[in-house]
Structures are given as structure tokens and as C-alpha cells.
Design a protein around this ligand. Structure first.
Ligand code: C2E
Ligand code: CA
Ligand code: CA
Length: 699
């Protein structure tokens, strides 16, 4: 920017110099000589050459041709010598002007000017004297005047400044005119005619000088100053142009950076807000509906943690490009945050239109991708909000879509959800939950309920799963899904998890002491607990303090927890050494496979309840569940099927050789006190070959 300014200033200066120079040439003033630039002075020096010698030489010829003047040789010789001396001096000064540096230019130019004055003076005086002493020969006189005029005219080519030239003419002609006038007054024949002729020559010389001076100045300017000016202006224009191009590039880059996501190439967060704003204003006028979709990649953190950030970036790029292919030109896609995308879908008349796009998105995105040699099926959770019903401004619309997405995330079957006002309430509740949970821990508001697991062949209780509940003083019994994530996000999970562990172990030990059936207790472990360095010690001391045999404690962990953290495997090995059993919970829902399962030290596989739910409707799902059970057996694991709600489930699962069953068919999770009763009844039914159910729970 500074150089652009400097270029502009320089340009201004050059223009000013040119104007000033022209003005200086057209007006008078002794000092103006030094405004001649060094180059102009050099040009003057070069042009001078030996021209000044013309005056003494032509005068010599005149003198030689006029012997009648010899009588007056003293003044004539003096003036002639002075004229020759001045001419030589001027030639020398001219040579110096050519080579001198610009600082010495001013005094030199002044001396040069003096020689011009002296030359004109001596010339004019000499001619005057000749005229005076010559006698009344009019023809010779006329020739003399003509020669002065011609020489003077020749001298104009040396003229740079009009003021100088005027003085030159004045000094040269003055003695001549005065003497001619004196002769005329003495009654010389044609005397006044001669004076008139001389005055005409003076006028002619002044006019001619004016023109020549202007031409000289213009010539020098156009040749030197203007050439320079043009070249610098051209340079500056080039430079300016380059700056302009760079500026344009930078502006384009800045625009790109703020408008497009650098990783995926789709719109940026800012861009999305802007588009949303425009969409809202347009829809306010047209009355059209449109949809905002909030997309979140399931398990993205796991992928980043296990396969590295490069793989995570690759996955995002793939997802973004897949989503983009589904959009029409009127729609818009942007990346809002790490693994969150948003879509603007225009021209939506019914929510059904949006659903079609959402389903296409989910389907298109879950095509397997190869990441670092591993095939991954990316999954999206999508929240849907419609303008204007779900929100009529940018903030409320996006918030609605995000709440819907969060609700879609907790729904393992459908991967999308349309916004409903209850979702906002749920979000607000989550905030208060966090604050209240800390109090709840110290106030003993948490409870454990137990859900029996039944042996598929004998029908007897083979274990129970401990499931936490929060007995809230105002809101009643709160299910774990409403607060476990909050506990995980706030770090409360360690304390809460330890309480669950000790309480479950103590309970199991009490059942044993009371002489009840022997069965294990399963405790859910959050992935974060598993990462805690002191976790093995926590388990050891829980067992020690309650006196429960390690083999009666089962820890349920999700497969992703172990897969994403190498150090968690080491913890599992140590837990195994303690004698504790390990179960993989919700098997089949994560990104995992049997290939990775065989590396893990585990005893049980708990299949996700989706498999059992879908099994009756689809042979394919049943075959899939059968395969999982068979493969788990090959790996030496027993299988617990979750979500057994109907008798038909039991029959099918028995056919598939499932080992254990758990679900509402037998019992909902119940208070600890009811478990012995259930176990006894189950054992009694087992003897007669039927499965026991808690009838009261069915309501
Ligand atoms: P989970 O480990 O998969 O637990 C099974 C969940 O399925 C329980 O929900 C249970 O009530 C429910 N369930 C059991 N049988 C059926 C059935 O036949 N049909 C249906 N629809 N559902 C059935 P709950 O108790 O609400 O627990 C939800 C989740 O909360 C658990 O899923 C577990 O991930 C988590 N959780 C529960 N207690 C704890 C805990 O102490 N610590 C940790 N970290 N997580 C816990
Ligand atoms: Ca569980
Ligand atoms: Ca489960």
C-alpha cells in the first residue's frame, strides 16, 4: 500500500515539474536559468558547440571589407577583441555544462548567461560604431543591419529562456538603433527608413525567439522529462497493477477462507448463517417453507482416536462429497463444526419431502469406506427443523435442528428425528441435571435396579444386570439415559461408577449370604472409567470390601471403548487376572467386528436388542443373529440376548443356541428386594419346564 502511495506522489511531482518548467520558460526572471534541469543544460552545452565563433568571424569579414574604418581602429579593435574573448569563454563554458554535475550547474549557467550578455553587448556596440564611422553608404549600412539580423536569428537556436533572449536582442540592437536614429536626425538619407527596418528586425527577433524558446523547451521536455515521466508512470502503473492483482488474490483468498470449509470444500459456518438469513428473509415474503438439517457423524471421535486424525479428515471429506451429490442447486451444504454438517433444503412443501432426502443421505453415506485398510460404514444422525413452524429465525431454527439431531442420536434404530418443542425442554433439563447430580450423589438419591438374566435352556436365573436410576425428589425416577452422558461430560462418572460398583457388589454378596441362588451381577462400565488409571484398584477394593468372589462380578463394556483406546485392553487383561468376567455390551451396533473381538480377553457377548426386535420380521436378521451367536461360541464366549419381549423370541433364540436371555418378557429392572423372589419362582418353573415372568411388571 505504501509503495502505491509513493508511486502516486512521484507521478504528481513529475507532472508538477513539467508544468513548472513550461511556466518558467514562458515568463522572465534571472533565476529561471537554474530551473533548467541538468539534462536540459547539458543539451544546451552540446548545442552551443562552436556557434559563438560565428560572431567574431562574420565581424572580421565585415571589417576586412571596410578599410575606411581603420582610422578608428582603437575602439573597434577593443570591442572586437572583447567579442572574440567572450565567444571563446562561452564555448568553454558550454563544454563544461556537458560534463558538470548538477550541483555545479547553477553557477555555470549564470556565467554562461553573462557571456551571452557581453557577446550581445559587444556585437551591438561594434555594429553601432561601424555604422557611425562608415559614412553615408546606405547599401553597406543595409548589408550590415541584415548581417546582424541573420546572425542574431542564428543565435536563437542557443536560446533556452525567453528572458535571456529578450535581453540579448535588446542589448544587441539598442546601440544600433540609437546610432541609426542619431544619424537620421542629422539628416542622413533614408535614415528613418533604416531605423524602421531595424525596429522591424527587433520585433521579428523577439517573435522568432519566443517560438524557438517554446520549441526548445517543449523539445527538451518531450525528449527528457516527458520520456522519463512516461516511463516512470508506466512503471508505476505496472507496479500498481501487480499490487491490484495481489490485492484481488488476497481478497479472494479471504473470501474463500471465510466462506468455504477448507477441509471439505463445502460452505463454512459463516456462509451457512448468511444463507440461512437470506432464506428466511425470502421465505417471509414468498411464504415458502424450507428445511434445516443438522447432521452429526456417529462415533466420529472413536475413528479419530483409533485411526488417527488423517482418517477422520478423510471420512469427513467423503461424507461431505456424498451429501453434496444428493443436493439440488437450490440447496446448500456447510460444515458447522468438527463432525457437524448442516443442509438447507429449499422448496419443501411437506415434511415427507424432507424425509426422502434424509433417508437418501443416510443410505448414501453408509456405503462402506476404506480408512487405513479398515472398512467403515459411516453413520449419520440427522435432526430436521422446518421454517417457519420449528423456528422463525436463524438461532431458533438451528437450535431446533440440533436438538432434533441429539434426540436422533439417542434413538439407535431411526437415525433421524423431526424437531418437537419437548426437545428444547429436554435440553434445558440436561443443564439443570448437571447441577443437581452433584447434590444427588451426596444426598443418596441414586438407586440400583436389577434385571434378571435367564438361562435359555434351564430357565433359571444366571445373573442380574445392575441398572442405575435417580430418585429425584420432584421429578421422580429418572432413567440412566437422561443423566449418564451428563455424568460422563462433567467427570462425575468416576464417582458415580464407583458407587454403582460397590453397591452392586455389596448387594450380590448379601444375596449369597442370605443363601439365595448363586448368580453373577453385571455392572455397566463407562468407557471413561476404563481409561482411569486407578480403575483396577477400584474394582479390587470393591471386591475386598464387600467380600464378593471376583467370578461373580461381570463388567459390561461397549466394544468401541476398547477398540478406540489401546490402554483399555491392558486394563481388561488386569481385570481378567483379578478373576472378574468381562462382557461386551450392545454388540453389533458399533463400528467393530469379530476380527477385533478375538483379540480381546472377554467372557460374554451381549447382543444389542435391535437384533431380537427385528428377528421376527426378517429371516435375514435372524440369520445374522445366528451367525453372531455361532461366532461368539467359536471365540469361547457365552451369549446374552437383550430385548426379549415375547415368547416367540425365546423359541427362536433357543433354536439359535443362545445361552442367556434378558428382557421385559421375564422382568423389567426391579428393586434388589424382588430379585430373590424372582430367582426362586424361576427355579420352580424351570423344574416343570416353563419360563417364569413377573406378571406385575407387564403393566
Ligand atoms: P444397557 O446396558 O443396554 O441396558 C439395558 C437397557 O435396556 C436398560 O435400560 C433396560 O431397562 C432396557 N431393557 C431391558 N430389557 C428390555 C426389553 O425387553 N425391551 C426394551 N425396550 N428395553 C429393555 P435402562 O435401565 O434405561 O439403561 C439404559 C442404559 O443406561 C444402559 O443400557 C446402560 O448403557 C446405561 N446404564 C444403566 N446403568 C448404568 C450404570 O450403572 N453405569 C453406566 N455407565 N451406564 C449405565
Ligand atoms: Ca448393559
Ligand atoms: Ca445393552
Amino acid at each position: 500500500m505504501n509503495s502505491i502511495k509513493a508511486a502516486g506522489k512521484q507521478q504528481e511531482r513529475t507532472r508538477w515539474a513539467a508544468e513548472h518548467w513550461l511556466a518558467a520558460g514562458a515568463t522572465s526572471g534571472e533565476e529561471k536559468v537554474h530551473t533548467v534541469s541538468s539534462r536540459a543544460a547539458q543539451a544546451l552545452g552540446r548545442r552551443t558547440g562552436t556557434i559563438p565563433l560565428a560572431a567574431p568571424l562574420s565581424m572580421l569579414a565585415l571589417l576586412v571589407a571596410s578599410p575606411q574604418l581603420y582610422a578608428h581602429w582603437i575602439p573597434i579593435t577593443a570591442l572586437y577583441l572583447m567579442m572574440t574573448l567572450v565567444a571563446t569563454l562561452r564555448i568553454r563554458l558550454a563544454r563544461k555544462l556537458i560534463v558538470e554535475s548538477s550541483e555545479a550547474m547553477l553557477p555555470l549557467a549564470r556565467r554562461y548567461q553573462l557571456t551571452v550578455d557581453l557577446a550581445s553587448f559587444s556585437w551591438g556596440s561594434l555594429v553601432g560604431l561601424i555604422l557611425l564611422f562608415h559614412g553615408a553608404d546606405q547599401v553597406a549600412e543595409l548589408a550590415l543591419v541584415a548581417s546582424v539580423a541573420i546572425t542574431a536569428s542564428a543565435f536563437t537556436s542557443l536560446t533556452l529562456e525567453l528572458s535571456l533572449w529578450r535581453r540579448f536582442v535588446f542589448i544587441m540592437w539598442l546601440p544600433l538603433v540609437v546610432l541609426s536614429a542619431a544619424a537620421a536626425m542629422q539628416g542622413a538619407e533614408y535614415g528613418w527608413l533604416l531605423v524602421l527596418l531595424e525596429l522591424l528586425f527587433v520585433a521579428f527577433a523577439v517573435v522568432q525567439g519566443q517560438h524557438v524558446v517554446r520549441d526548445n523547451i517543449a523539445g527538451i521536455l518531450s525528449r527528457i522529462e516527458l520520456e522519463y515521466a512516461v516511463s516512470t508512470i508506466a512503471d508505476q502503473r505496472d507496479e500498481l497493477h501487480l499490487h491490484q492483482i495481489r490485492l484481488d488474490e488476497l481478497l479472494a483468498q479471504a473470501h474463500d477462507l471465510s466462506y468455504y470449509d477448507q477441509l471439505t470444500g463445502i460452505g463454512s459456518r459463516n456462509h451457512f448463517y448468511e444463507r440461512l438469513e437470506t432464506n428466511i428473509s425470502m421465505s417471509r415474503i414468498s411464504g415458502n417453507q424450507f428445511a434445516v438439517l443438522y447432521l452429526d457423524v456417529d462415533g466420529f471421535k472413536d475413528i479419530n482416536d483409533t485411526l488417527g486424525h488423517m482418517a477422520g479428515d478423510e471420512l469427513l471429506k467423503t461424507i461431505a462429497s456424498r451429501v453434496r451429490t444428493l443436493l439440488r442447486t437450490s440447496d446448500f451444504a456447510a460444515r458447522l463444526g468438527s463432525d457437524e454438517l448442516a443442509l438447507l433444503i429449499n422448496g419443501v412443501t411437506q415434511s415427507r419431502d424432507t424425509l426422502a432426502i434424509v433417508q437418501r443421505c443416510i443410505k448414501e453415506v453408509q456405503v462402506p469406506v476404506n480408512l487405513c485398510g479398515k472398512m467403515i460404514c459411516p453413520r449419520l444422525s440427522i435432526g430436521i427443523a422446518l421454517y417457519p413452524v420449528d423456528g422463525d429465525n436463524t438461532q431458533s431454527l438451528l437450535k431446533a435442528a440440533e436438538s432434533a439431531m441429539n434426540s436422533a442420536k439417542s434413538n439407535s434404530k431411526l437415525h433421524y428425528a423431526r424437531y418437537s418443542p419437548e426437545m428444547t425442554m429436554a435440553a434445558q433439563q440436561r443443564l439443570t441435571i448437571e447441577q443437581e447430580m452433584r447434590l444427588a450423589l451426596s444426598n443418596g438419591q441414586f438407586r440400583l435396579h436389577y434385571q434378571p438374566q435367564v438361562d435359555a435352556t434351564s430357565g433359571e436365573v444366571c445373573g442380574v444386570e445392575a441398572l442405575i436410576r435417580w430418585q429425584h425428589p420432584e421429578r421422580g425416577l429418572i432413567p440412566p439415559n437422561d443423566f449418564i452422558t451428563v455424568a460422563e461430560n462433567t467427570g462425575l462418572i468416576d464417582e458415580l461408577g464407583e458407587w454403582v460398583l460397590i453397591t452392586a457388589c455389596r448387594q450380590a454378596a448379601q444375596w449369597l449370604d442370605a443363601g439365595e441362588h448363586v448368580f453373577s451381577v453385571a455392572v455397566n462400565i463407562s468407557p471413561l472409567q476404563l481409561l482411569d488409571r486407578g480403575f483396577v484398584d477400584t474394582v479390587r477394593s470393591a471386591l475386598a470390601s464387600t467380600g464378593l468372589a471376583p467370578q461373580l462380578l461381570e463388567l459390561e463394556i461397549t466394544e468401541s471403548a476398547v477398540q478406540t483406546h489401546i490402554e483399555a485392553r491392558e486394563t481388561l487383561v488386569q481385570l481378567r487376572k483379578l478373576g472378574v468376567r468381562i462382557a461386551i455390551d450392545d454388540f453389533g451396533t458399533g463400528y467393530s467386528s469379530f476380527a477385533s473381538l478375538k483379540e480381546l480377553p472377554i467372557d460374554r457377548v451381549k447382543t444389542d436388542r435391535v437384533f431380537v426386535t427385528d428377528m421376527l420380521a426378517s429371516d435375514r436378521d435372524m440369520a445374522l443373529l445366528g451367525n453372531i451367536i455361532d461366532m461368539a461360541h467359536v471365540l469361547g464366549c457365552r451369549v446374552v440376548a437383550e430385548g426379549v419381549e415375547e415368547f416367540a423370541h425365546i423359541e427362536k433364540l433357543q433354536l439359535l443356541n443362545c445361552d442367556c436371555l434378558q428382557g421385559y418378557y421375564f422382568s423389567h429392572p426391579v428393586e434388589a428386594a424382588r430379585i430373590p423372589e424372582f430367582a426362586r419362582s424361576a427355579a420352580a418353573h424351570a423344574e416343570i419346564g416353563t419360563h417364569f415372568r413377573f406378571a406385575a411388571d407387564l403393566a
